[in-house]
Design a protein around this ligand. Structure first.
Ligand code: ZN
Ligand code: ZN
Length: 583
């Protein structure tokens, strides 16, 4: 009988359990994916103390008959384990046939399941079958896992605190809910509801159910395709950002995947719309021919490799860039103030998740903090923010010589004068740096710059490039260079300083010099340096000019470092703040 089989394999199950089951969330993941395989459209996860003291998953799927139920606890018993290249051809998620036996080997499992007829109730502890009896005939499966790792103390100590285990379970469930908007998911901890989605089949509604109104009201829909890939989903406006990259959800053919190249493409698309250390909330479904996908075979990994990935990353990047470009609005002040009525516990959980991820991603983060390359979008941007370009702002005055107050018929605006001018200068410099026919001017006196030997070597290597962007630079003795001509766009009075900054930047890239990155970086540094500082009083005429120029830029909302340039208070916001209106 099945019984004997189960027990004889107990030992190997115990050993392998650690590979598949590492934490409460991996148990939740296995059970939930089994429920999805069973075609459930309603899945409830009930945790006790973050899963440390109990994990229960209840679904309304097709259930199992007695034979299948017993078979499910045997290693390699299911037909789901296929050749590695088959993984993406099958609809089922649970390709790891050994998950259930592994869990049962290191815990107490209580299973009730039925296909509609007489049900089955099975209890297994440490791999031993304790109860095997009939039960009532609910359709679906209810499975409870208790005392995880009670017989493997070495594993037990890897379980984290209740808060951490809970955070992991919640973040898993949120991701899976986003990839299955047609399934209703509910997660409770000690009977408190933490995740609850309706299974409406509507992705936007699901995002709303997970992230709340603050996020769902700031979504932009995206949709695009190329020969190999279709993408569809939502991105958030840069007003809503997270401090980790965990909220960039990519789903390939229905499966949540982690792929650094995809994350980088998403993040790069937001370049200059947000600070480098903040990350957007994005949910993108990617559909493609399964033959383009290569799955990492480790069962707990969500990594995949994609062929023709550059076509996909270009598609994602350009689609998001265009969406941002065409949909941006000035962040409204009240939208932000009211943004914080999240349930306290949920915030706590997010904090824990964020901290966890921070740890994990530190390394990755560091490489990503490099300057990103911004390429010209090959897609035609014909309809730039028309409304904004026609926006007329009238300066009223300035606070501390730092924030300009402006008004128009729609309301009141606060504009950071440094950030605003930085944006204007940045776009001007960036364009100038890309212009091959830039006009140049002779310096009054040649400027000489002395460097150390290694710096001089780097500059020597890039003399041609520097000449091509309008600087006439020659070697002038040992480790010294003479500049006798520079482009006209350098700000008057700051020529020498600008040149020094450009030389420094070339040196800082060293042998990783990339012309595009350089142009981007040079435009940002020069823009920051050449813009009016805070605490500097300027005339109303100058303010007016500044505002006119700002609204004409490609992205008037952010400085090139991604900070906001302006915040809007609509007339309605003002009325609300002074309680002239009451809702
Ligand atoms: Zn600055
Ligand atoms: Zn800035």
């Amino acid at each position: 009988m099945g019984k004997i089989n189960i027990m004889s394999e107990n030992l190997s199950n115990k050993i392998s359990a650690g590979e598949v089951v590492e934490k409460a969330a991996s148990v939740v993941k296995e059970l939930v994916e089994n429920s999805i395989d069973a075609l459930a459209n309603d899945i409830k996860v009930e945790l006790i103390n973050g899963g440390l003291n109990g994990i229960k998953v209840i679904d309304n799927g097709i259930g199992m008959d007695k034979d299948d139920a017993l078979l499910a606890f045997q290693r390699h018993a299911t037909s789901k384990l296929l050749r590695e290249d088959d993984l993406f051809f099958i609809d089922t998620l649970g390709f790891r046939g050994e998950a259930l036996p592994s869990i049962a080997a290191v815990s107490e499992v209580d299973l009730t399941t039925s296909t509609g007829g007489v049900g089955t109730h099975i209890k297994i502890k440490g791999g031993k079958l304790l109860v095997n009896e009939n039960s009532d005939s609910l359709i679906g499966t209810k499975i409870e896992v208790k005392n995880l790792f009670y017989n493997t103390p070495a594993r037990l100590k890897y379980l984290k605190t209740e808060a951490t285990e809970l955070a992991n379970c919640v973040s898993y469930l949120e991701k899976i809910a986003l990839s299955y908007p047609n399934i209703s998911f509910k997660l409770t901890n000690n009977e408190r509801v933490i995740v609850n989605t309706s299974g409406s089949g509507n992705l936007k509604k699901t995002i709303h159910e997970i992230y709340g109104l603050q996020v769902s009201s700031k979504l932009i829909e995206i949709k695009a395709s190329n020969d190999d890939y279709d993408i569809y989903g939502y991105i958030c406006k840069p007003e809503i950002l997270k401090s980790n990259r965990y909220h960039m959800t990519t789903i390939v053919n229905g499966r949540v995947v982690r792929n650094n190249e995809l994350n980088k493409a998403i993040n790069d698309a937001y370049y200059t719309y947000k600070p480098d250390i903040k990350f957007p909330i994005v949910v993108i479904n990617i559909n493609t021919d399964p033959t383009l996908i290569d799955v990492n075979i480790h069962p707990t990994k969500q990594d995949i490799k994609l062929s023709k990935i550059s076509g996909l990353t270009d598609l994602i990047m350009n689609t998001i860039k265009n969406a941002l470009y065409n949909n941006l609005l000035i962040p409204s002040a009240l939208g932000r103030i009211e943004a914080t009525n999240d349930v306290f516990t949920k915030k706590e959980i997010n904090k824990i998740i964020e901290d966890n991820i921070k740890e994990e991603k530190k390394e990755e983060e560091q490489t990503e903090l490099d300057l990103f390359t911004v390429e010209e979008s090959p897609l035609d941007i014909v309809s730039p923010n028309k409304e904004v370009k026609q926006l007329k702002l009238f300066p009223v005055g300035a606070v501390h010589g730092t924030y300009i107050i402006a008004e128009n018929e729609d309301g009141m605006y606060l504009i950071d004068q440094h950030a605003a001018q930085e944006r204007i200068n940045y776009e001007r410099f960036f364009k100038a740096l890309k212009d091959s026919k830039t006009t140049t001017i002779k310096t009054l006196f040649p400027i000489t710059i002395e460097l150390n030997a290694s710096e001089a070597l780097i500059i020597k290597e890039h003399l041609d490039f520097l000449n091509s962007i309008g600087f006439k630079i020659e070697e002038f003795g040992i480790n010294t260079f003479k500049i006798s001509e520079h482009p006209t766009w350098l700000l008057q009075g700051y020529e020498e300083e600008s040149i020094r900054r450009i030389i420094d930047l070339v040196i800082s890239y060293g042998n990783k010099f990339d012309p595009d990155k350089f142009r981007e970086g040079a435009a940002i540094t020069l823009a920051c340096k050449m813009s009016i500082k805070a605490n500097m009083h300027i005339s109303k005429e100058a303010m007016s000019e500044l505002l006119d120029e700002l609204v004409k830029t490609d992205n008037p909302y952010n400085c090139p470092h991604g900070r906001p340039t302006m915040i809007k208070f609509t007339n309605y916001d003002l009325e609300r703040m002074f309680k002239r209106v009451m809702n």
